[in-house]
Design a protein around this ligand. Structure first.
Ligand code: EPZ
Length: 417
């Protein structure tokens, strides 16, 4: 069990670099199974979720080796098609592997990933898509047993633009004969990165970033070297940390074009933002302004993964904010923790009303989930006194040495294991 101990009250100032994207890396790691030649992934974040995905690949017979932030993966010797139950429970997004394992071995066995702290996380759209491509899937007693002797490209329409389902279908479609078109596909930048990786391996994929993705299957992939895109949620979290402390930082390595909605909302909250090439400069007012309306939506709408961080920002704003979470059904668990710090909020279903207070105060709080934990760190940075955040290992799932990164721009955060 890890804890973050945060001394609040310092303005964050300075320059900070953004590491590679967790949510681009995970599906790309799943995609390495489609290629029986060595792959080099640069700017790969050495996060808990990434390490767990690597463990699953190694159990399937892949070889993986780190050199700094470069990961060398070779799945040519992979033989397994049963995903580790223990690791799949720890990393529910390993469900992306269904498409690539099934595409590689024509069979795959996984356990139901189950829900998590933020919602039930069903996979019906994943399974519907794989079945459309010819997969035979038996769901029995918590296990998912797939076979796919004859995989054929198909038209697949998603009832909801699910990120994971879009990625799973893309991976299997690369190994199916003929053309697959995904309609109402998710448009997140991480899906464009997956497409770019698949194309670098010689697969024929186009349309990612739009609602219609076309995959021409039947080609044999080859090895490649690929650089992972920067993590837009980590970038947004750093900017929000500066905003909540009235600070001024330069963010290096982010892609502003991936962050339009969150940058606009930071400006609505009173921050001055300037883009200078690969740098984003943010200068925050002493106290943020309230956000009359903040609604999470699939990309390019405001990202659900930034909702908790903005909830913390609104907790010290100069008025009342209304936050609506439209993507996950249980993503307000940080609200109660912020109340322990003197926050004033009321949650009813998918809506939260947040009355900003002049100052939060330190407390003992718990990180219930990855982004909710990050939100508590931000709140603690602005709070008076000391805050102890337990279950900080949940934050490590998506942030590389968050305490060191924040200390590099003036924060006072220490880790206690
Ligand atoms: C990805 O999760 C991300 N994870 C999440 O980031 C992110 O919050 C989410 O996309 C939305 O942007 C990774 O990329 C590893 P979805 P995913 O399928 O794929 C419903 C983080 O903090 N749904 O787009 O699971 C589902 O219940 C994590 O980094 C179905 O109904 O998201 C949810 O309400 C958290 N049936 C909505 O779609 C399905 O088969 C969005 O889920 C699949 C999803």
């Amino acid at each position: 069990m890890a804890q973050f101990v945060v001394e609040g009250g310092t303005r964050l100032t300075g320059t900070i670099f953004v590491h590679g994207s967790k949510n681009a890396t995970l599906p790309i790691l799943a995609a390495t199974l489609l290629v029986e030649e060595p792959i080099v992934l640069k700017n790969c974040p050495r996060l808990r979720d990434v390490e767990n995905m690597i463990r699953i690949l190694v159990e399937l017979g892949c070889i993986a080796r780190w050199e700094g932030s470069t990961l060398y993966v070779d799945s040519s010797g992979a033989f397994g098609y049963t995903l580790s139950e223990r690791l799949s429970k720890e990393l529910r997004s390993s469900i992306f592997l269904l498409g690539s394992v099934l595409g590689r071995f024509k069979k795959a066995v996984a356990t139901y990933p189950g829900g998590c702290e933020i919602g039930n996380r069903p996979i019906d759209l994943h399974l519907m898509g794989l079945r459309r491509l010819g997969a035979e899937i038996d769901e029995d007693g918590g296990y998912i047993c797939c076979t796919g002797e004859k995989l054929l490209g198909a038209q697949v329409s998603l009832d909801y633009p699910s990120v994971g389902a879009t990625e799973n279908i893309m991976l299997l479609a690369c190994m199916a004969e003929g053309e697959t078109v995904i309609h109402n596909a998710a448009r997140e930048p991480e899906i464009v990165d997956l497409q770019d990786f698949l194309c670098a391996c010689g697969f024929r994929v186009s349309g990612a970033g739009s609602s219609e993705i076309v995959i021409l299957g039947g080609t044999r992939g080859h090895g490649c070297s690929f650089t992972i895109m920067p993590d837009r949620i980590v970038a947004g979290t750093y900017l929000t940390a500066a905003a909540i402390t009235g600070g001024e930082i330069a963010l290096i390595g982010a892609m502003p074009e991936h962050m339009v909605s969150m940058l606009e909302k930071l400006q609505d909250a009173g921050a001055y933002i300037r883009k200078d090439g690969a740098r984003i400069i943010l200068k925050a007012p002493k106290r943020p302004s309230e956000l009359l309306r903040l609604e999470t939506q699939p990309y390019p709408g405001f990202p659900t993964d930034m909702q908790p961080q903005f909830f913390a920002l609104c907790s010290v704003a100069s008025g009342i904010s209304v936050i609506v979470e439209n993507v996950f059904e249980n993503r307000f668990r940080h609200a109660q923790e912020l109340i322990k710090m003197g926050g004033k909020n009321s949650v009813r279903g998918t809506m939260a009303i947040v009355r900003g207070v002049q100052r939060l105060h330190g407390a003992q709080v718990t990180a219930h989930d990855l982004r909710g934990g990050a939100a508590l760190v931000l709140a603690a940075l602005s709070a008076e006194g000391t805050t102890v955040i337990s279950c900080a290992e949940r934050i490590d799932r998506g942030y590389l040495q968050l305490e060191e990164a924040l200390c590099s721009i003036g924060a006072k955060v220490t880790r206690k294991d």
